[in-house]
Design a binder for this molecule. Structure first.
Ligand SMILES: C[S@@+](CC[C@H](N)C(=O)[O-])C[C@H]1O[C@@H](n2cnc3c(N)ncnc32)[C@H](O)[C@@H]1O
Length: 276
C-alpha cells in the first residue's frame, strides 16, 4: 500500500540522514542534539535493513552535520543574518541551533518533502529559533524566483548550505544551482557545500548502495574532481576539510571510508567558501 504524503524517491534519502541524527542524539557524548529527528523519522517510516556501507555512511552524516553546524555558527558570528539551506530535507537546524535575533532562514526542497515536514513539525508544536520560511521548489527549475518571492533579499549577504544533494543532480543542473546561488550572493556571503569525487562513487563497496539508490529514483548523477577550481569560477574562495582531519578534531574515529589507506583517492568534499 502506498501511504500518501510521505517522502518518496530522492526525498526519501532525507530519512536516512535524519536517522543518523536521531542515533547521535541518543549518545550521551553526541556531537549535537536533534530532538525532532525521531518524530520526523517515525512519521516518515524508518528505513530498515541498512547495509554495512549505510552504517559507515551514517558516521559521515554525523560528522558532516556537526561540520556544517559549526560553519553556519561562524557565519552568523561574522554578522550574516540571512541563511539558505538548499535541499534542506529533514534538517532541523532552524529549531535546534542558537540563532542571533533577526536571523531569517529559508529552507528549499521539493514540494512533497516540504509539505510532509511542515505537517509533522506543526503536529509536534515545534518552534523555530529564527524566522524560518519553507520554500517548495525544484532545484532544476527557477528556484531563485520562488526564494525571492518568499522574502529572500539578494542585497543582503547570505550563508548558503548545499548538503547532501549535488550528487543527485546532473552536472548541468548542479552547475546551474551554483551559478544561480552565486548570482544571488551579495559580497560577504559564505557557501558551505558537500560533494563527492567520482572515485568515491565508484568504490566497489559502494556498489550495493548505488544500486539501491538507483532503484528508488535516487541515483547519483554527478561528482566534482576539483572543488576549489569549480567554486573559483563563480567567485568563491574555497577551503576544503578532509573528513579524517574533521573526525580527529571532533574526537571521533576516522570513518573507514575516509581513511586514506582504505579509500585511495576517494573523497567526500566538505567545503567552506567565502566571497569578497
Ligand atoms: C540526502 S537528502 C539531504 C537532506 C539534508 N540536506 C540533510 O543533509 O539532512 C537529499 C535532499 O535533496 C532533496 N532534493 C533532491 N533533488 C532535489 C531537487 N531537484 N530540488 C529540490 N530538492 C531536491 C531531497 O528532497 C532531499 O530532501
Amino acid at each position: 500500500m502506498t501511504v500518501t504524503g510521505l517522502p518518496t524517491g530522492v526525498s526519501r534519502t532525507a530519512v536516512l540522514i535524519a536517522q543518523a541524527r536521531e542515533a547521535e542524539t541518543a549518545r550521551p557524548s553526541g556531537l549535537f542534539k536533534d530532538p525532532l529527528a525521531r518524530p520526523l523519522v517515525e512519521a516518515a517510516g524508518r528505513i530498515s535493513g541498512v547495509s554495512e556501507a549505510g552504517r559507515r555512511a551514517a558516521e559521515h552524516f554525523v560528522l558532516r552535520t556537526r561540520y556544517f553546524d559549526d560553519r553556519l555558527g561562524e557565519a552568523v558570528r561574522t554578522g550574516l543574518r540571512q541563511v539558505v539551506l538548499l535541499a534542506a530535507g529533514l534538517d532541523t537546524r532552524a529549531y535546534r541551533l542558537d540563532w542571533p535575533a533577526g536571523t531569517r532562514l529559508f529552507e528549499v526542497d521539493l514540494p512533497d518533502l516540504i509539505a510532509f515536514k511542515d505537517r509533522v513539525l506543526a503536529e509536534h508544536d515545534a518552534r523555530a529559533r529564527c524566522e524560518r520560511t519553507a520554500v517548495a521548489a525544484d532545484l532544476r527549475d527557477d528556484w531563485p524566483a520562488s526564494l525571492v518571492s518568499a522574502g529572500f533579499d539578494p542585497e543582503r549577504p547570505t550563508a548558503w548550505l548545499v548538503e547532501g544533494v549535488l550528487m543527485y543532480l546532473t552536472p548541468e543542473d548542479g552547475a546551474a544551482v551554483l551559478k544561480r546561488l552565486s548570482e544571488l550572493s551579495a559580497p560577504g556571503s559564505r557557501l558551505s557545500v558537500e560533494h563527492v569525487n567520482q572515485a568515491y562513487a565508484d568504490q566497489p563497496k559502494m556498489r550495493p548502495a548505488m544500486n539501491k539508490l538507483a532503484a528508488t529514483q535516487a541515483a547519483w548523477l554527478s561528482s566534482v574532481e576539483d572543488p576549489e577550481q569549480w567554486l573559483a569560477a563563480h567567485g568563491w574562495r574555497a577551503e576544503i576539510t578532509h573528513q579524517a582531519d574533521l573526525a580527529v578534531s571532533l574526537g571521533r574515529p576516522v570513518p573507514a571510508m575516509a581513511h586514506p589507506a582504505v579509500a585511495g583517492s576517494a573523497r567526500i568534499w566538505l567545503v567552506d567558501a567565502t566571497r569578497d
